[in-house]
Design a binder for this molecule. Sequence first.
Ligand code: ZN
Length: 261
Amino acid sequence: MNLQKITFATGVFCFLCATPAFALRIALDPGHGGIDTGAVHGQAKEADLVLKVSQRLKVLLDKDESFKVTVTRVQDKNISLPARVKIAEDAKADVFVSLHANAASDQRAKGVEFFFQNNLPPDEESLFLASQENQMLMNSKDLHDISGGDELSKKGDVSAIVEDLHRQNRLVSSLNLSQTLTHIWGQDDKASQATIKQAPFYVISKTSMPSVLIEIGFLTNPKEAKRLLTTEYQNDLAKKIYTALLSYKEKMDKPTAQTLD
Ligand SMILES: [Zn+2]
C-alpha cells in the first residue's frame, strides 16, 4: 500500500467510525452581542437572552466530564461571524451549537427551530431569516473571508473523495443532532412545537464540524417572549440542549461502520 492509499484508508476510517468515548468538544455560540443586538422586542433582546441560555448550558456541560466547552463570547461583545467560526476551528470542536432567537411579522409564530446545513434549496422564509442573521457579516470587514475559494479543484482525486465523505458525514451528523434535539423537545408535552429546517446561516455553513443553529423562540410572540425572559425557562432550554448533546454523544460513542477496505 503506497502512502496515498494509507492516507485514504485512514481518512475513511476516521470519517465513518464513531468517535471514541472521550470528551466531546462543544463550541457554544451565543449569537450577536455588542452593537449587534439581534432582534429586540420590548424587554426581550436576542443578544442578552442567548448569552444567558449559553451561560446556563455551559454550567451544565462543565460539570460533566463527557464534554469540553469553548464559547465564542462570554459577554455583551460583538464578534464577527468568521471570528466565531475560527474560535470553533481553533478549539477543534466536534460540535458547533449556535443560539439565536426568532422574530416574525406574525405574532402567532412560536416554537423552537433547529437549523442545519443541507444541500437542498431552503424555503423562502428560512432564506429571509438567514439573511437577517447573516446581516452583520455584510457590514463586516471580514467580508473577504466569505469566498474562501473552492479548494477542492486544486486537490487530488483522493483528497476530493475524502473531503466529500467528510462533508456527507458532517451533514448526516448535523441532521442526527437536530433530530436528537427535536426528540428531547417532543418528550415534553408542555413544550411548544419544535421543527427542523435548513438554511444557509454563515456559522453553520462555514464550520467544518457537525453544526446546528437553534432559534430558541419567537420574541415577537408576547407569550413566548415573556417566558424566554424567565430564569426558569432559560434553565429549561439549557437542560434540554444538554440532554440532547448527551444523547448525541452516546450515539456517536457506539461503534458503527468500520473501514471500507
Ligand atoms: Zn440571531
